[in-house]
Design a protein around this ligand. Structure first.
Ligand code: ADP
Ligand code: MG
Length: 477
């Protein structure tokens, strides 16, 4: 039988606020355990939560960016469960009325664009962390993370392959970073994903029974975990069994999923509106202010880069993945006389390689946009060849100065003087009688050897186009 895969993702995004969602505790990562845990975070009796306005602002920003309905009134609810890292015995979340309603995200998994529905996005607080074996045989509890603001983004079951799931995740990850609502740091847990996976006979209208996969903390593992799970479900169904709805843990070391607990239903959580928090009402002025603060969205910017600068769609997509990189490109394109395509190639090629090598972001580049524009100008006006420009680039990266002073100091300026080029060409022709004869007998390929000789003698500085023309003129004579 042919099976169809169905995937829906729940993504927890840590919002970049300075303080927690319901208290003034800092959200900074990496502090000593329980040093950022006030009475609200450790849930002393009688304390009251106070909603962080900035968290609401970031959530609305996201909602507007995915074209979603924003609920002007949303309600916080208690989700009740017991766990040692949750001292209140409930998590404050949103249930029936989330802040962000239905929206969508366009992805491109490689075979053309596809729109993935987003069901909702709601605000909630994070729990603390259990530190197993932190003190002898005991498990310690660190409540620094308790109360960190999260936006849980729930997708429709619209993805049909592991590749689509990864494309959606990458797009979402790029978007939250682009909007500046989260740092998206996956190692630190600022961007976490649970994957719901089911299969059904191809063409069936009803969804199959799903399992929920937890503990997948990288794009690569999402793909592997889902792949494993699909195979597991197919084996069960083809053996005549039934898939049990449950939560499964992905074990990256063994590359398998295993049962963690049977899936709890919403009613198990005894959701009810939190009496400590009034419904959150968003005023017109607040919504207008957030709307005003929205940057040009990656999707729109990508299209503008294609139309305005004539970039290839794949390049435009790559540039607009990071807002800072797109900004850098525009600054170079505006400042240089070179073609925008050239600027794009240098940024995605040479510059990215240098940044990756050092593991630094484009904001920390040792060559700023004006300096790169200066280098590209020298290619555009034929002062140097693209090849020599790479050496100049390295020298600039190493702090030897701007393009002009390096070209001057190292005597790299391209030789465009016709007389000088002719003199070297004559020398080379005189020294290569065999090749000259071969050329005249019809072997066009030896021209490459002759060009090489001229370039060698001029230490790569002769203008290649002129060298070629001069050689052909003399050989044809
Ligand atoms: P819960 O309340 O248990 O979290 P939801 O109905 O809110 O369940 O769905 C959670 C996620 O599971 C959503 O992303 C949804 O798209 C996805 N999902 C629901 N049913 C299926 C299914 N049969 N197969 C795959 N994904 C599913
Ligand atoms: Mg859920």
């Amino acid at each position: 039988m042919k099976w169809e895969t169905v995937i829906g993702l729940e993504v927890h995004v840590q919002l970049m606020t300075r303080s927690k969602i319901f208290s003034g505790d800092s959200t900074a990562y990496g502090a000593a355990p329980n040093t950022q845990a006030c009475d609200v975070s450790i849930a002393l009796p009688g304390v009251l939560p106070v909603m962080n306005r900035e968290a609401a602002r970031l959530a609305v920003k996201f909602g507007m960016a995915i074209g979603a309905e924003i609920n002007r009134t949303s309600v916080f609810a208690r989700k009740n469960y017991f766990y040692p890292d949750l001292p209140k015995g409930y998590q404050i979340s949103q249930y029936e009325t989330p802040i962000v309603g239905r929206g969508s995200l366009e992805i491109d998994p490689g075979d053309g664009p596809k729109t993935i529905g987003i069901t909702r996005a709601h605000l909630e607080e994070d729990a603390g962390k259990s530190l197993h074996g932190s003190s002898g045989d005991f498990t310690g509890i660190d409540l620094n993370r308790a109360g960190t603001p999260l936006l849980e983004i729930v997708s429709e079951p619209d993805m049909r392959s592991p590749a689509e799931a990864v494309a959606y995740l990458r797009q979402l990850h790029a978007l939250v970073r682009y909007l500046g609502i989260s740092d998206g740091n996956m190692q630190e847990g600022s961007f976490r994903c649970d994957a719901n996976v089911s299969i059904r006979p191809l063409g069936a209208a009803e969804l199959g029974t799903r399992t929920e996969l937890k503990n997948i903390n990288s794009f690569r593992f999402v793909e592997k975990a889902i792949r494993y799970e699909i195979e597991r479900q197919i084996d069960i169904l083809e053996d005549g069994g039934t898939v049990v709805q449950e939560t499964r843990l992905y074990d990256a070391d063994r590359d398998e999923t295993r049962s963690m607990r049977s899936k709890e239903e919403a009613h198990d959580y005894r959701y009810f509106p939190d009496p400590d928090l009034p419904p959150m009402v968003l005023e017109d002025a607040f919504l207008a202010e957030v709307k005003e603060s929205l940057p040009e969205l990656p999707h729109d910017r990508r299209h503008r880069f294609i139309e305005h600068y004539g970039l290839a769609p794949a390049d435009a997509a790559q540039l607009t993945n990071e807002r800072t990189q797109a900004d850098y490109f525009e600054a170079v394109a505006e400042a240089t006389n070179a073609e925008p395509r050239t600027a794009c190639n240098w940024i995605l090629g040479e510059l990215n390689a240098a940044l990756n090598q050092e593991g630094i972001p484009v904001e920390a580049s040792r060559i700023d946009s004006d300096a790169l524009a200066g280098l590209l100008d020298r290619i555009a006006d034929s002062s140097i060849s693209g090849k020599i420009a790479k050496d100049v680039f390295s020298a600039m990266w190493n702090g030897e100065g701007d393009a002009d002073s390096i070209i001057e100091a190292r005597g790299l300026r391209q030789i465009t003087d016709t007389g000088a080029i002719e003199a070297v060409v004559d020398e080379v022709l005189a020294a290569s009688p065999d090749q000259v004869r071969q050329f005249r007998e019809g072997n066009q390929k030896v021209i490459g050897f002759l060009v090489g000789q001229v370039m060698k003698k001029t230490r790569g500085k002769a203008n290649p186009k002129q060298v070629n023309e001069t050689l052909r003129r003399k050989l044809d004579a």
